[in-house]
Design a protein. Structure first.
Length: 211
């Protein structure tokens, strides 16, 4: 998820936090990384922290049920903290990995390379379009990406230069029977939905005859 500097912070904080908490980050299309303009990072993080406190203040929900998932998320969290990540918000216990937001993410951390399912949100920054493209294309994953901006032409230009299965502008990626759903790089093989998805349920038969 990428937020352009021309988007209103309060609007984007609502979108970020609500989509992050939906399904506890346990869908393949859940928000895991957010790229924010470097100049706005401090105010963005403060507003995200305040909104997360508001949304989770009365919740005793257990977000992750399988012990092995809790362990993996905890290991990724501990590794990131050890290597320099900073906590924006966390609601974790020993047995329940609740919503956690980290920033100051770098390429030495395991979260950059390992896929995970759970309420762990990672915030990265960019100072220019070229830096953003470099960061996006370094990723090992390429299922979906959303770009939030008032400049649709800029979003289209970005989409042409990144490797990703689904690229949306000012909307969250979601499955639709009319559109093919697929990933690139380490985000899966093959297709589902759309015409290409239907073809996955067929096979090619070669018939060769010699007279």
């Amino acid at each position: 998820m990428i937020v352009d500097s021309n988007k209103k912070e309060d609007e984007m904080v609502d979108i970020i936090t609500n989509n992050f908490l939906r399904h506890s980050g346990q869908l393949c299309s859940s928000v895991r990384f957010i790229y924010l303009p470097k100049d706005n990072i401090q105010t963005f993080c403060k507003k995200i922290r305040d909104k997360m406190r508001e949304l989770t203040s009365n919740s005793a929900k257990r977000y992750v049920y399988l012990n092995q998932d809790v362990k993996k998320l905890t290991d990724l969290y501990n590794d990131a903290i050890y290597k320099g990540a900073r906590v924006v918000f966390e609601k974790r216990t020993k047995r329940n990995f609740g919503p956690t937001v980290l920033t100051n993410i770098n390429e030495k951390m395991l979260v950059e390379y390992e896929d995970f399912f759970g309420p762990l949100l990672l915030i990265k920054t960019f100072a220019s379009q070229s830096e953003l493209l470099n960061e996006l294309n370094k990723s090992y994953f390429g299922l979906n990406m959303s770009y939030w901006t008032n400049d649709v032409n800029k979003a289209i230009e970005i989409s042409k230069n990144v490797k990703v299965g689904t690229f949306t502008v000012n909307m969250m990626p979601r499955t639709d029977y009319s559109y093919t759903w697929h990933g690139v790089k380490f985000s899966g093989l093959g297709y589902t939905l759309g015409k290409e998805g239907l073809r996955e349920f067929t096979y090619i038969q070669n018939l060769r005859i010699k007279k």
